[in-house]
Design a protein around this ligand. Sequence first.
Ligand code: ADP
Length: 652
Amino acid sequence: MFSIKFKTTEELPEPSPRLIDQVIGQDEAVKIILSAVKNKRNVILLGDPGVGKSMIVKAVGEILQDFGDFTPYYVIAKPNLKNMERPIVEVIDGEYKEDLKEIPKLDLKSPNPLTLILIMVGAIILSQYFLRSIPEKYLLASVTITALIVLVFGFIIILTSIMGASRASMSNSLSPMDLKPVLLYECKKRPLVRASAYNVTRLLGDIKHCPLGGRPPLGTPPHKRIILGAIHEAHRGILYVDEIKTMPLEVQDYILTALQDKCLPISGRNPNSSGATVETNPIPCDFILIMSGNMDDVYNLRAPLLDRIDYKIVLKNKMDNTLENRDKILQFIVQEIKNNNLNPMTYDGCCEVVKIAQYLAGSKDKLTLRLRLLANIIKMANDIAMGKEIEELLGNFDEKGNYNPETKKDDNKKVYITAEHIRKVFESGIYSMEKQVALNYIKNFKRYKHIVPNDTPKVGVVYGLAVIGVGGIGDVTKIIVQILDSKNPGTHLLNISGDIAKHSITLASALSKKLVSEGKLPLPKKDIDLNNKEIYIQFSQSYSKIDGDSATAAVCLAIISALLNIPLKQDFAITGSLDLNGNVLAIGGVNEKIEAAKKYGFKRVIIPEANKIDVIESEGIEIIPVKTLDEIIPLVFDLESIKNTETSKISK
Ligand code: ADP
């Protein structure tokens, strides 16, 4: 199985501390991404969930400092005294040193009341001087003029003091300390910043609201309310955006602008917030963009953004089942045990993990690279192994419920993850929702299903095989064909709605009619007027949505049996697609289907020759690989019963 002999994983070498060395089966992708980062190219990683997209980026992040020189920098925000709603953000090279001296002053241009009083007194003195030359009869006028001067200046003084007070209250929030530039971010080494595609604020930054009495306090100047975006924090480094499926189109446009201009201003994102009126200057953000998602997610991306991504890397979801790759799975097991602080695993346990890697890859010939799933299975198997300990611990309680440590068994007994624990997790399906749903469906439904394996031969009845749910489990489907004499010839399909299934049945119907009418089958000939036949095909008790073409061969056999009135044996289940020439073509989920045939108690299962290489477990059932429909006919038609009827006819 492996190139090393061992009893438990404790004997195996420690995993490498470098994450990049821990990535398994994605050598090509790792090479490309390293070269992309070195050459400052943008990358998108696509692939099934859990094949290591995030892990690879994290691993690159670990060795990012090796990619040439980096100039540390810091980002500060300053108030813009000319326009407070347009704060200034600066990216400055070097290390940040707090500088308290540089405090800008507000230019409050209100006239000083003291100056006004002095001017007023001067004006009164001057007016008195001029009024002295006026005759006494005009004294009243002089007093009135003086009083007027006092009144006008008094009014101006009161007004300016009120204005001054109100300005002072406004500048309450703009105290010298508040006008100080603030440090938004300090970057000492090449950054790798991760953000989810849907988190707009995190990605692009924002301006906090300035609510009454809330946080930040009333009057907090805009430059102190700036939240830097991940795109800015990734300046001179990498921005990693995952879950691209969830990226709003508007955000894609902003990222595109950032990639093109290498700078982007921050403005308030919430139109109902006071932050919405604030916008900074364009802030430098020169980063390498790495995005990741599932294959289909890429269609959510706008073409201009996708065009800007230089490398589009598709990660593999399986690898060949070779000695070298089995050793890699072993390395993976050791890593998972170490990284998650699990109990060691026995040799048999490791062999079982390889077997499950084959099942998840759908072939004996392959090993899955959906390693998160495998990691989860290992972790749950560890829990089951530990659970045994808990059971033992529970065993220390006596019947009255009192804890009695005396009864405690071997306290220092080492716990190992064994093949049994791994198998338990895999068979229970607790690692996959779909599998559990399918298991429950079959468990609840199996007893109601009218499936009689190994029954006496029947005309027009055959057992097909299907897989329920994504990565689900296999099930047996009874297919019944009835032929009616009718003036409306045609083929009718019951209980199947999938398009591929419908097409495959059309093919099966056409092929079987052709073979019967040509009379080239190794079966007794019969004159049939196909123009008067109506064919009904029922996928009996098939209520879940099953689509696909793997029942083509089964349906073809059932139609031939019904047309020629020759019984089919009932000791087998069959899976296989067909082409119009009668070649049997490969299908998916062969192992799940064989498993189902076995569970229902069939003696034989017929599979396409092309799938022979995929079969993992062949014990307990005869597996018959076939290449053509001709090969199947002698295996499944009850020719003995025909011979007997023919002989009895002759003897009569
Ligand atoms: P993705 O981003 O493709 O969904 P992750 O990188 O998050 O997958 O993988 C989750 C976990 O699965 C990792 O932390 C690691 O334990 C395991 N894993 C996945 N792929 C690999 C791999 N190629 N090599 C080693 N471990 C892997």
